[in-house]
Design a protein around this ligand. Structure first.
Ligand SMILES: Cc1ncc(COP(=O)(O)O)c(C=O)c1O
Length: 428
């Protein structure tokens, strides 16, 4: 399938070897260095496709780890960015893009009256927690195992069920000590754990990172009820789900409104921008100027222009884009289940909107806490077999659809899936 380039592995490994001589781990984000059969070195990308250094074309479902809801280099975003760059890159002043973006978020995200901008999801989580602590005068937060909220010390623990400790070396244990960790979905545990010392309850309303799990009925409603009763701030981490599960994100789809929302990824269509958004009351510490919000690149004009163009496009084509990408995701999920069944390969396939998670080698993953049994090596091998067949997904088994994937892409992808399932079933 795609363009034949038999030796793409050695071409990519050659560049990796070169990078390793001057770049730590040869990459800017550790997981990118672990891709099988070789970490791809991208040369260019357009629409639903990327071309690597060998010139081979891949159908891309990793989509920059999620942001590219409109595919690579969408023309309305590129046009807005080019126009903005012609006006200069960054000043020390405010600019119109901030207000335009703030208005669009207020229009589209149910919980939003006011927004504050930063450059990454990790920073936005940090800001949201600071707002919650400023508003309540409390320190402790409740979080959930298997949710991911970025790499800053306060939230980087419990990322994998089975390990409540730090997620990597070098973290300050005191930073994570201010978190109480619960099982995601455990409404009764939340009821028991919350009290007058809790500043915030922080959660992914749909656990895409853990494996595309939807919340059990009543979980989000309980979180809403008990945070209100305890005077704690409810924070939805919608860095993935914002502008991906629909124009109103997970909260628009599921009908529960948090005090603060953290959004990122899809809002910028590939440019670095994230936001904390909330009611005027929840945002008061920032809005009043009592809380210092700092950051040289916060709300930078080029990223803001990209986000304005992206959200306008999603808003104007809402009815055409979201149902279509969800339907493509369902089609692929059903195909993977059927092919794995045919090959006798145990598999669990979950879908949340336009995101699909496969758990290769395991037919028994139904809840986030089950992922303690996930076979990471089998998932990485499956992703590697798909890459060899011309399709890129995220190595842990996550697949994102974009508005640019075409019926032809889906047909070619199904061929690649059949090949990868046969290869993986043979080695499992
Ligand atoms: C739900 C969630 N929150 C926060 C983050 C951190 O965002 P960033 O990588 O932009 O710092 C991520 C990143 O994957 C995420 O998935």
């Amino acid at each position: 399938m795609a363009d034949p380039a038999p030796d793409f592995v050695s071409a990519n490994l050659e560049w990796r070897a070169r990078a390793l001589r001057s770049v730590a781990y040869g990459t800017s984000s550790t997981p990118r260095g672990n891709q099988l059969p070789a970490p791809l070195v991208a040369e260019r990308a357009e629409g639903a496709h990327l071309w690597d250094i060998s010139g081979r074309r891949f159908i891309d479902y990793a989509l920059g780890y999620g942001p590219l809801i409109l595919g690579h280099s969408p023309s309305p975003v590129i046009a807005a960015v080019m126009a903005e760059m012609g006006r200069g890159l960054r000043t020390a002043s405010n600019h119109r893009g901030e207000a335009l973006l703030g208005e669009l978020i207020t229009e589209t995200l149910p919980s939003a009256e006011l927004s504050a901008f930063v450059s990454s999801g990790s920073e936005a989580i940090q800001l949201a927690l600071r707002i919650a602590r400023a508003a309540t005068g409390r320190v402790r937060i409740i979080r959930f195992r298997g949710n991911y909220h970025g790499w800053f010390d306060t939230v980087h623990s419990g990322g994998r069920p089975g390990n409540d400790g730090p997620d990597t070396l070098g973290q300050d244990p005191a930073a994570t000590a201010s978190s109480t960790l619960l099982d995601w979905g455990d409404a009764e545990g939340l009821r028991a754990a919350i009290g007058p010392d809790i500043a915030a309850v922080l959660l992914e309303p749909v656990a895409v990172n853990g494996g595309c799990f939807l919340p059990s009925p009543g979980f989000l409603e309980t979180a809403r009820e008990v945070t209100l009763a305890a005077g704690a701030v409810l924070i939805f981490d919608e860095v993935i789900t914002g502008y991906r599960l629909g124009l109103g994100g997970a909260q628009g789809r599921l009908g529960v409104t948090p005090d603060l929302s953290v959004i990122g990824k899809a809002m910028g269509a590939g440019f670095p921008i994230s936001a904390v958004a909330g009611s005027a009351a929840a945002m008061e510490p920032v809005a009043s100027g009592r809380l210092l919000q700092r950051g040289t690149f916060n709300g930078n004009p080029v990223s803001a222009a990209a986000a304005v163009a992206c959200i306008c496009h999603l808003r104007d084509h809402e009815g055409a884009i979201f149902p279509r990408i969800d339907a493509m995701a369902e089609d692929l999920a059903a195909f993977i289940r059927a092919e794995a069944g045919r090959a006798g390969l145990p598999i669990s396939v979950l879908r949340a909107g336009s995101a699909v998670q496969v758990f290769v080698g395991r037919g028994d993953i139904a809840r986030l806490s089950d992922t303690v049994r996930m076979d990471r090596a089998a998932n990485a091998a499956f992703a590697g077999a798909l890459l060899a067949a011309g399709v890129q997904i995220i190595g842990r088994g996550l697949i994102y659809l974009s508005a640019e994937h075409s019926p032809e892409d889906i047909a070619l992808t199904k061929d690649a899936i059949s090949q990868a399932i046969s290869a993986t079933a043979g080695s499992c």
